[in-house]
Write a protein that binds this ligand. Structure first.
Ligand code: CU
Length: 495
């Protein structure tokens, strides 16, 4: 019997490898295509496919499976805007442009900026203000939008390309207007090709100061963590932030994670309290010492701490960035930290119970991964059936992380309350969020009051995951949109 030569074996192995590689690459591009549909109406349950133009005007929804025509009581997201009123107006101009940004480590990056900056200018308003932002696009040909992350606002102002507006093209402008109803720490970013545009620099801080403060402090600071074309920055610096603070001063430190990965934060030199999550105050939060806590992508944590009599306070992130507050010697670093849990922190508030609640609708969302796509209930992006609610409904969402990394799950236009983690009701402060951190194996139940009619995206805020399909809609029955997502219109909100 003739034995195969070494070359023959290598040839067959090589051919096998080539076929396998071809199949993998083919599948990859086929699946990536699904994130770039041709023409989709995100208000409809099913996509049009772009061939026959047929749209499904019917939704199956609710606990009774009632079918209702869209034309019935239909209203367009475009027409849902802030009512006229006499609130003090705060107007801000934001111009996006391409430019070179020189970092403080000497590197030069090709960036996209707001008013020449990344992060963009901090927008700071007061609770109750009417905020008017005029966005101009100088030269970004893909078009841009601004989404106001965590803000409860009218549908037409949400800044999602292809859902609430057309992407704003070079030479064009778009004016956003909303009432700053909920004080807290927020941020803004482009929601056109978000995974690309946020990475290139289109993001910034948005602070709504409260009319009356629930906590006393002498000064406040905000730190924002971002990833700019592969480089981690804190407040735009590769070296971190140096914050002036005097001994004994009470400092409110607002922290925004605008990058894609969960950041583990350690504080040395002072005990502190976590007083707010995603902008919303916690109820009777206790003092923490020797704890580390995790801020997922898109989330915000506000800390309250008192500067020591002497020396610095150091706030360090897992990605190696640090903020130094005060002056003098640095505290000794520790090696033992307990992981903070927000499910039993602070005290319950009888006004916001987590048990014995009733709901009009319950849905389960399983976040996971299949091959190259990130999925919700096994489907990706526009193929995921929208959740359809009626105004006034009490909706329970069970959100399970079945793998594929941390999935910070963000719902637009609403503030939801977390009820339980892994079947265990929260036993501390009520927790109100717009971005829920989930890790593999965890299941959370959250309560959403359907009180803001519109078409709302709901997606993983690791924007890479969103671009790979972990993005869907939370739609109100009867709300339509004149805009379309897809390569035909060029509106690709989560690409
Ligand atoms: Cu994810």
């Amino acid at each position: 019997m003739r034995r195969m030569t070494w070359k023959g074996k290598a040839g067959i192995a090589g051919l096998g490898m080539a076929i396998l590689l071809g199949a993998v690459i083919g599948t990859y591009f086929w699946q990536m295509r699904m994130q770039k549909p041709f023409d989709v109406n995100m208000a409809a349950m099913h996509h049009t496919g772009g061939m026959d133009g047929h749209e499904h005007g019917m939704h199956e929804h609710g606990e009774h499976g009632v079918r209702t025509a869209d034309s019935q009581a239909s209203r367009s997201c475009e027409a849902i805007m802030a009512k006229a009123g006499k609130e003090p107006v705060r107007e801000v101009q934001l111009t996006v442009a391409q430019q070179e940004t020189k970092l403080d480590n000497g590197q030069t990056k090709q960036t996209w900026t707001f008013n020449g900056l990344t992060p963009g200018p901090e927008i700071r308003v007061t609770e109750g203000d009417r905020v008017r932002i005029v966005l101009k696009n100088a030269d970004i040909k893909e078009g841009v939008t601004v989404h106001w992350h965590g803000i409860v606002l009218p549908c037409s102002q949400d800044g999602v390309a292809g859902v609430t507006q057309e992407a704003v093209k070079p030479g064009e402008r778009f004016t956003y207007e909303f009432i700053a109803n909920h004080p807290g720490t927020y941020w803004y970013h482009s929601h056109q090709a978000s995974s690309v545009q946020v990475e290139k620099g289109l993001l910034g801080k948005l602070i709504i100061e409260p009319l009356t403060n629930g906590f006393d402090y002498d000064q406040e600071e905000t730190i924002l963590i971002q990833q700019l074309n592969g480089t981690m920055l804190m407040n735009g610096s590769t070296k971190g932030a140096n914050i002036e603070a005097s001994p004994g001063q009470m400092v409110r430190l607002r922290m925004i994670n605008a990058a894609n990965e969960t950041e583990t934060i350690r504080v040395n030199g002072a005990a502190y309290r976590i007083i707010a999550m995603d902008g919303h105050d916690l109820h009777e939060p206790e003092m923490l010492e020797n704890y580390q806590f995790q801020v997922a992508a898109g989330q915000r944590y506000d800390l309250l701490l008192q500067m020591p009599r002497q020396g610095k306070v150091i706030v360090e992130s897992g990605s190696g960035l640090r903020a130094a507050l005060g002056s003098g010697s640095e505290p000794q670093p520790r090696s033992d930290y307990t992981l903070f849990s927000w499910t039993d922190y602070g005290t319950p508030d009888p006004r916001a119970p987590v048990e014995n609640l009733t709901f009009d609708q319950s849905q389960t969302l399983e976040l996971g991964q299949t091959l190259f796509i990130k999925s919700i209930n096994g489907k990706s992006f526009h193929e995921i059936p929208s959740i359809v609610v009626k105004e006034g409904q009490r909706v329970k969402l069970a959100i399970a992380n079945n793998g594929g990394g941390d999935h910070p799950f963000h719902l637009h236009g609403h503030i939801f309350q977390v009820l339980s983690r892994n079947g265990q009701p929260l036993s501390g402060s009520p927790v109100f969020l717009d971005t829920l951190a989930t890790q593999e194996g965890e299941t959370y139940e959250v309560y959403v009051k359907a009180d803001n009619p519109g078409l709302w995206m709901m997606h993983c805020h690791n924007l890479m995951h969103a671009s790979m399909g972990m993005s869907m809609m939370f739609n109100y029955e009867g709300v339509s949109t004149p805009y379309r997502v897809g390569t035909k219109s060029g509106n690709l909100p989560d690409l």
